[in-house]
Design a protein around this ligand. Structure first.
Ligand SMILES: C[S@@+](CC[C@H](N)C(=O)[O-])C[C@H]1O[C@@H](n2cnc3c(N)ncnc32)[C@H](O)[C@@H]1O
Length: 271
């Protein structure tokens, strides 16, 4: 496996150009903290990192500064002290020297010849056409290590409203919405930061629209819990959705974020 990965990298170095296009490099301190927390506690990701002989995580499209990669590194190193954490960026002018325990390389959706266990791409595909998303997903997931996962997501400037899709070699598996309960008036406000493949689908008749409507109604019905704080109110609202038959995944333990995770089929566009 190591030889194969080495050969791929050598081949890539000789012939290939990073796959994708340079886009705006906007990023920000702590912007991806909700994702970082979720990722750290995710049982499948923890197991993947624990079992890997040489765990490798890539932050694809880290933007105009080292910030998000450098912030993710300590979370990953708490899972595996020997994890390699690499930021990949398609803009050669943004490739930085190693710092804060992470390294940086030139690369695109081909992953610069790496075979990683974990790939994250936040606020990258939103600047592409929706018709390019599935090809980008396919390029990334075909290069994952066995059992590896790819998380493709988006968020607002301050990271208060976020959403992401977890994919593995078989394609998209779950959608997660994450928001700061005290700052976001209702769950459907996250719609403005849905992943590219869903953002234009939030219209009547589409599954994502139905899900967000159900989340808002449950939130309204849970208004009596507001005196206990918006986080408790969201937990009660989410429990109501489960009682109504929504296939919501609930992580063990209490999260400081409002989280809504559903299987991909619950929101997948028809075509
Ligand atoms: C808006 S920034 C996102 C920065 C950071 N991920 C965040 O969420 O704050 C998007 C970055 O992705 C880079 N990018 C776009 N397509 C890419 C690709 N195919 N591979 C690697 N980087 C890419 C752009 O050059 C840009 O620097």
């Amino acid at each position: 496996m190591v030889d194969h990965a080495h050969n791929l990298r050598a081949e890539f170095g000789r012939t290939a150009k990073p796959i994708g296009v340079i886009t705006r490099g906007t990023t920000g301190v702590n912007r991806l903290r909700r994702f970082d927390r979720w990722c750290f506690h995710h049982p499948r990701i923890r197991e993947l990192m624990a079992r890997a002989a040489h765990p490798l995580a890539l932050d694809l499209g880290y933007g105009a500064s080292h910030t998000t990669t450098a912030e993710w590194g300590p979370w990953l190193h708490r899972m595996r002290v020997d994890a390699r954490v690499v930021g990949l960026e398609i803009n050669p002018e943004r490739v930085l020297p190693a710092q804060h325990g992470v390294t940086f390389e030139l690369g695109g959706f081909e992953l610069a010849g790496h075979t990683p266990h974990l790939v994250r791409a936040f606020n990258v595909l939103r600047q592409y056409d929706v018709g390019q998303v599935e090809d980008a997903w396919a390029t990334v997931i075909s290069r994952l290590a066995p059992g590896g996962v790819f998380i493709e997501g988006t968020c607002d400037e301050l990271g208060r409203r976020c959403s992401w899709i977890l994919l593995d070699a078989s394609g998209p598996r779950t959608l997660t919405l994450a928001w700061q309960p005290s700052d976001v008036p209702q769950p459907s406000d996250v719609a403005e930061r849905l992943p590219k493949v869903l953002i234009h689908r939030n219209v009547p008749g589409e599954r994502i629209h139905t899900l967000l409507g159900a989340a808002d109604r449950a939130w309204d019905h849970a208004a009596g819990w507001e005196p206990y704080g918006p986080r408790v109110r969201w937990e009660k609202a989410r429990a109501m959705m489960i009682d109504q038959g929504w296939p919501v995944h609930v992580a063990r333990g209490r999260s400081r974020d409002a989280l809504l995770t559903v299987p991909w089929e619950t929101v997948a566009p028809d075509c």
